[in-house]
Structures are given as C-alpha cells and as structure tokens.
Ligand binder design. Sequence first.
Ligand SMILES: Cc1cc2nc3c(=O)[nH]c(=O)nc-3n(C[C@H](O)[C@H](O)[C@H](O)COP(=O)(O)OP(=O)(O)OC[C@H]3O[C@@H](n4cnc5c(N)ncnc54)[C@H](O)[C@@H]3O)c2cc1C
Length: 538
Amino acid sequence: MTCNGQQQAAKCSRRRFLALGAASALTAASSQALAVQTADDVKWNETADVVVLGYGNAGTNAAIAAHDAGASVVILEKMAEGGGNVAVSSGGFVVPTDKKAYYTYLKSLYELSHSQWEPELLEVFCDESMKLLEYVQALEPKAKVGVYGHAGYQSLPGADSVRKFSIRGVPGKKGGDRLFGVLARAVESRGIAVHLSTPARRLVMKNGEVIGVEALRGGKPFFVRAAKAVIIATGGFQCNPELMQTYIFGQPMSYLGSPGHTGDGLLMAQSAGAQLWHMNAVSAPLGIQVPGVKAGIALVTRQPAFIWVDQYGKRFCDEKGLDYHCSWMAVNHFDAIHHKYPAIPCFMVMDESYIKAGPIVSAGGSGYAINRENYVWSKDNSAEIKSGVIVKADTLAELAQKLNIPAKALESTVAQWNSDLKTHGVDTQFGRRISADPKQKSVFVGRDVKAWSAPLSEKGPYYAVRLVPVLYHTMGGPKRSVKGECLDTQGKPIAGLFAVGELGSLWGLTYQGACANSDAMIFGRIAGREAARLASRR
Ligand SMILES: Cc1cc2nc3c(=O)[nH]c(=O)nc-3n(C[C@H](O)[C@H](O)[C@H](O)COP(=O)(O)OP(=O)(O)OC[C@H]3O[C@@H](n4cnc5c(N)ncnc54)[C@H](O)[C@@H]3O)c2cc1C
C-alpha cells in the first residue's frame, strides 16, 4: 500500500487499519504487538466509558468499581465462559492481622530474591489488604469466610501477620468458583454488559491515547470505543510457548490454570509503549502432564516413601522442605557440561505403599485439568499405570531403564536414602525432615499421617511419574502506578490505559501464596475507580 501527500494520510491510515483488522483475525496472539494508530473515522460497534478486557478476577473487580463510581462499563472476555484462573484457583486471599508487619514480611520476600518492587505499590497493597474481608462481605453479605493457611515463609519477620482466607459453605463449589461466584453475581446484579467469546486483539490509539479496542466477535472485527479508558485484565502469558521461551529460563514447563492466558494483554500493552517488569518471575510447584489433557496437575506429596531424582538418577533437594510456589527453582538449572536441564523433567520414585494409599494427586484440588477439563485421576492409580503416566517396574533397574536414566545411579540413590533413614534416622544428603512435626526425630513407622520421610521398600514393584514445573501464574507484565495506570518506558501513565491482575502483578521471584487473588482484587478495584474518574472524551 502506498500513500502520497498529507491529504492521503488519513485515508491511508484508515485503509491500513482495516487491512490489519482483517488480518488480525488470522494471526496468532504473539504476532499482534501492533496498536492501531487511527485517524477519525473508525466505525465503532459499541461505546462505554470504561472497557474492561477479561472477565476474571481483576476484570470483575475493575468493572464493579467503575460502575459503582458512575461509569458505563463493558467487559470483553475471550473464552466462552468467564472466570479465567480465579475460578479454578483455590480461591485464597490474604487478609493480614497487621499492616506494618505484613509490609515488612513482603518486603523481605523481594529482598531475598533481589526482585523488582515498588515501596509505594506495596504500601497501597498492604493498606487495601486489611480491608478485603469487609469488601467481600459488602459485595455479598451472606458470604462465609474462614482462615485456611498462613505465611509461606515462616522464618521471615512479620510472618505471623499472614492469614489466608477463602469463601466457605457453597456446596458443590470449590474455593475459586466460590470467589468468582461472588464477583460474577456482583457484575450481574449491576447489569454490567459482558461479551463472551470476544477476544480483544489490539488497542486503538489516537495521538498517543488509548481510545478503544479492536476485538473479534463471531470471527469479525468488533470495535469498542472507550470514552474514558481501557483496563487490561487479561492475565499472564503461561500458555504462550513463544513468550515463555522469551522470558522464562528452563523448559519445558506446563500450566495449571485457564488456557486463555496467552499474553494477549502483555502484547497489547507493549504495543502502546508499556514498561515491563519482573518478566522472569513465575509461581510454580512441580506437577504432572497427562497426555491429551491441556493443563497440568499439581503434585502435593502426602505419603512418606518417595524421593525425587533427576535424569542422572540422583536426588537434588529436600523434597518436603521446598517452598511450594518456588519449587520450579529447585529444578531450574542448565548443566553446562552435559548441555541439558537435568531436572526438567525429573521423576518422583515411589514404592507400593505410596500407590496403595490412594490417588497420588488430590482429586479435590484446584486447577483447570480437574475442574474444567474434568480429568478424574483413578482412585487406585490403575488408569494412570495403564496409560503409562505412572511407570511401573518390578525392580529399580527396570524402572531406570523405562525412565531412560542410569540404573546404577538410581539403585545407589535409593540405597543411600534407605540406609540414611534406617541406620541414622536422618537424610544425610539434604536434611529432609522425618515428620511434619519438627520434634519427631525417629524413623517413620506404621501409618503416621504426619510422616514426611520413609525408606522405600527393599522389594518391588516400584513406580515413577515424570514431573515438570506447572505454573500457577506468571508475574511479569506492564508496570503499573498506584492508580493501576499502565506506565510507559519513562514511568509516565499511558493516557487511557490501565493494566491490572496477574498481568504485571506486584510479585517477584519469591511469591507468598494467596497474594495473586488479593492483588487482582485490590488493583482491579483501584483501576476501575480511577478510570471512572477520568473526563469523558468526546
Ligand atoms: C490452579 C490455580 C490455583 C490458584 N490458587 C490461588 C489462590 O488460592 N490464591 C491466590 O491468590 N491466587 C491463586 N492463583 C492465582 C490467581 O487465581 C490468579 O493469579 C488471579 O486469578 C489472576 O487474576 P486475573 O484477573 O489477572 O486473571 P483471570 O482471573 O484469569 O482473568 C483473566 C481473564 O482474561 C481473559 N482473557 C485473556 N485474554 C483475553 C483477551 N485477549 N480478550 C479478552 N479476555 C481475555 C481470560 O480468559 C480470563 O478470563 C491460582 C491460580 C491457579 C491456576
């Protein structure tokens, strides 16, 4: 397309804009990092003061706040149903007992891992965290809430202030669906318009301001004008392999949440000139990928007779001592001599007692695989043994051969583990505790539910599953202001644009669980309120 002269410019821009619009229907998310610079004549399909992208946690909270502050709001959601990650999450959120102590605790987390953080943002977050219970109960006075957990890093100053809450007492619904239920009902009762199956593709900009968005509806471009602002709340990029390779060291990895998290919001914000931060941070335990199921399944080890080994057949960490959300860091190293990631995948090696005790993953757990793809792990693990997800062998040598790891190394690793526990009563390699109870020093005997460590049986059969990091969420994305505004590379707000939730979250490399939902709720609300305050553009 060629354009000559100033008079042609607007026409050209309009033609190019429409051509790109049509093309974008076919392109993959990762190649859309181009905002539309438009002249005057976009044919808008719809207008609202505030256009929210994403009908999940941050998006619902933003929409509710913007509506309650007097703005007209429309939500565009990519998937056929709302809820994204929040609906398949455990639904936890932190309400601390003391703001100052909580600030000290979270600050230490950033400092430990040398992660990027902003004191002002943390200040606002801690302040608002104190009010979260009040907020949830104002949305739905009959909602019952209860404490289910505490600080992930107990030794840090201020850890005592951390209380994880979730919504209780909704039969047939799990934590995430309960939390999203409260938010979705608040959206519905306010009559806020939600367009499902309407992925936002590109921002529409004019003179450096974001004035709307191009989405797809029924496969066709759908232009929504934002009289005040666009709020991007589209989640992370864990389901976009290209972006994962770009930002996250150590592969392969999988994800636990909605497959809708393909980084669309990240690319849109970048196209408007957003500044990015802590792109290298994720929250990920280890888990299992079942072939034919999109999302992975997180592993929570509940029996004592197991170890994890790498591709050299060696243990590499205290399997029970790792912080759950940081487990990915224990496997995430590249062997520069043998040129591979020796612990991605790694293997959980178990004996018959582990398998006989019931399903090796929690059937009642959170995540998309169990709660949306309806994967049901067999009660006696037999289906997974049959399908090869759990590898079974009569001897350790045969198991090693099936896993393609050195047999002698696996035999000697198991022999050392068994001898450590039987002879010394301790794990001499990594100091894994015998029991959840720190006072219990003796070797595991019998059916001790608190037992963390036990020797593997001297006799087969033995079992193994392949483990990879499975992501709860990515942390990185556009940097935001205390008002939730999307900042440019100079640290200035991009006019008409907010970015909240998992997208550019507050969190760095060391993440305290149950803070992602709080972050999305808090900054979603703030962004909604601030967007509604803006003057309306004619
Ligand atoms: C298994 C699991 C358990 C978890 N448990 C907890 C927990 O207990 N506590 C906690 O604090 N955190 C937890 N988390 C993390 C937390 O739930 C998320 O980080 C949080 O919900 C993020 O909110 P969000 O609004 O950014 O994303 P979401 O709630 O996922 O909402 C984003 C929405 O945007 C939509 N979207 C994406 N692209 C587009 C597009 N182009 N156009 C329109 N819409 C789009 C998505 O489909 C989605 O509906 C968990 C996560 C998982 C996966």
